[in-house]
Design a protein around this ligand. Sequence first.
Ligand code: K7E
Ligand code: CUA
Length: 639
Amino acid sequence: MSQDTRRSTDAGESDGQPTGDDGFDSMLPGLRRRDFMKAGAAIGGLSGLAGCTSLLSDENTVDGAASASGVDNSVPPGEHDEYYAFLSGGQQGDVRVYGLPSMRELIRIPVFNRDASQGYGHDDESQQMLEESGGYTWGDTHHPRISQTDGDYDGRFAYVNDKANGRMARIDLTYFETDAIVDIPNQQGTHGACAQLPDTDLIFGVGEFRTPIPNDGSGELHDPDSYGSVLAAINPESMNVEWEVLIDGNMDNGDGSKEGRYFFTSAYNSEEAATESGMTRADRDNVKAFDIPRIEAAVEAGEYETINEVPVVDGRQDSPLNQGDEPIVHYIPTPKSPHGVSVTPDNEYVIVSGKLDPTASVIDIDAIDEVDDPTDAIVGQPKLGLGPLHTAYDGRGHAYTTLFIDSQVVKWDIEEAVEAEARSESPVIEKIDVHYNPGHLIAAESYTENPAGDWLISLNKLSKDRFLPVGPQHPENDQLIYIGDDESGMELVKDSPAQAEPHDASICHKSKLDPAKTYDPDDLELDYTDEGEETMERVEEDRVEIEMYSTRNHYGFQEMTVQEGDTVEMQVTNIETTSDMLHSVAIPEHDINMRVAPQETRKATFTVDDPGVYWIYCAHFCSALHLEMRSRLIVEPEG
Ligand code: K7E
Ligand code: CUA
């Protein structure tokens, strides 16, 4: 197997290698090599037209801060980046935060995982949240989306899905901290995640896996035909599931129209099969356009069944609610197994990528409710290349789509795609190689009404030979591409290794976020314990409550004596007012590292089963006397 599968983009000079590993090409059983050669020829021609062939040459694939044409992503020491990028952490169950354009990782926000550095999953509150949402040790985050007001990022919250366990979480961007998780009833495999725009009135969880509903063993387990999947609408404040819509087939990704009318989902497996071959049998799958006002009217009118305490509206094709000219869900047929779905910034179109078909379908949003044949709402279908997955926007009328199999990003003209014949390659402006096999891509503020149009990240699934080898599992590769210059074209600027596995991301200008420097004690549930207010009290026969403070460089108590078998509730306030002056309460052999940031109060409850002396220490370096910042937990033997 070839290690370097980067393809030549010169006309007719394909190196004859498959464009990806054999496994990826086998995704396209019906696609012949000839089609692939034709695509190669078209690209070569276009590079000539652009008058800048070096763009597509090998020079362009070199990693480095300054690219061939001088685009520079470096941010001098001590200076700040222009953007925050929130990237999915995939199987880590967290969200990664980069500064852009430097691609420096600033922090990882734990969401469905535990994280000792932030004490997440180590104090009572976060532990309880993880426990009540299922008690799993991991999640699979794919789609972090930032809340919007008036079609622009408002910097308040980010929402992210857990594909593994059917959950949705909210991150409070004041503290960069997960503050709510909902375990979505009737949904297994929450994949797509997105807000109702322009004002984030609802968050949608898109159900990918079809199961019996309810999935409690009471229904037909062995007949996949009887399974179903739902779209879940979540209240962004309470995080309660307000309603769900049962659909035919399954769903994959989702995006909301910009004016609040529709929520779109892509779907593979309209066959409702349970095997790979069954799921790819039909030539067509569909995009679903959920008409939110009509669904809400149906809920209002009581036209639902309550399952697991959630009103579930029937949005299947033969539902009474889908007959006549005001269906609650439009099923728009597209070539088989579409994947990424995203609405253009001007809300004119929703673009869905073909995945197993080399096209994207451009759907006219206004036409959806007008046309008799839903296929007529598809007003463009440019042929982009092999394995189109996701599309982002620069706000200048261009779309950028990842080609998973070709290992490229293709830039194309949206209006030109509407003008051109279906399956024409003429809307394609330019392609750039990425390394390798990109999944999502994201451009700065692409999900808002006003994309910034300067930077784009291609989140590649394979890095192969791009970095020092680190064993059989290679890093993924987030590649930074400059898209701000239509004349000289896309420019690859940086390779950035990432731990598996990135999917979607949202990029937000720094001016739209206002993170707190210290906690506001009023935002916290627990009472503040100042110096001199520390208490230690046996509240029950085998229960001790401790409330104390921490500061440089001591805790409120230098020693705490308890009895074997006691349950200890230890609450700690960091009374520092200096930003960045963290302390923690690390308790050896008790699996606790409770971080307390300035003005923060946290509580951990644990039992002490083994008599002995335990040195509680501060695990965050805080001053020259950090090592001396200790306290003894003395556990006396019973009896
Ligand atoms: Cu394409 Cu989960 Cu958005 Cu991954 S999904 S790539
Ligand atoms: Cu406090 Cu280290």
